[in-house]
Design a protein. Sequence first.
Length: 285
Amino acid sequence: MLVDAHVHLQPHGSKPPMTLARIEEYVRAAEERGVSAICLTEHLFRFEEAFRALHGWWDADPDPRLASMVGGYWQDHVSGSVTDYVRVVEQAKSAGLPVYLGIEMDWLPGKGDVLLDFLAPYDWDIVLGSVHYVGAFGIDDPAFLFEWEKRDITTVWSEYGALMHELGESGLADVLTHPDVLKKQGHRPADETPLHAAIVDGAVATGTAIELNTNGLRRCDEIFPAMPLVERAHSAGLAITLASDAHEPKYVGHELDAATAWARAGGFTEASYFVGRQRRGYELE
Ligand SMILES: [Zn+2]
Ligand SMILES: [Zn+2]
């Protein structure tokens, strides 16, 4: 068994309709790579309900340039209703396709109640929790590279770590995604241990799992997260998921053999996925 626990139906920059036919393309790609099931985890900011409930959060950042960049990005990415998304994924599940209903939820500090209300009406299998922003600084978005030039790397890592810690402690997500995505564009501090400790301590409080994400290999030649964090998660007794973070069918299951080897090197013999928000483990092959 092998589950790709983080897959998007839409690439950034385009909005192919989220249809049963599109889901079937992903399932075919999964089958070709020996992937038994996929968790469809579209971004929170794809949904108009989320935009309505959360828009303007970026204005809490004192820098109007950053705020307007994030506002523009969120506006551009809205592609439909979460109700329609849930319906088509449920339809795929009913048709017997090996898919699960998930979402990649941005952790926005101070918005926990709004996020909870947004999630409440639907029967999610899996909720991924992500931090893509420190204030309105898009830490993994190349459009914000100029901001990295102005900031102290250790400070950004520490601020990001505090947000990941808070997300873990909130229990709102089943999995913490791409845990050290900050390294994506090469911004790494001398000591990454404080981030690893912050993430694992937050996750341990609620038993939140940690994701091994092969998009890191495509972006910066290293899986998210680095090995010391995998080892620390293992020592702490946390579960892991394996994920491609594909945004198009060709990347479904991409390098999951490398993720499996990374998990093993960190001490794991089992990976997990979630059904109805309950964790299910399977042996690494
Ligand atoms: Zn993400
Ligand atoms: Zn993602």
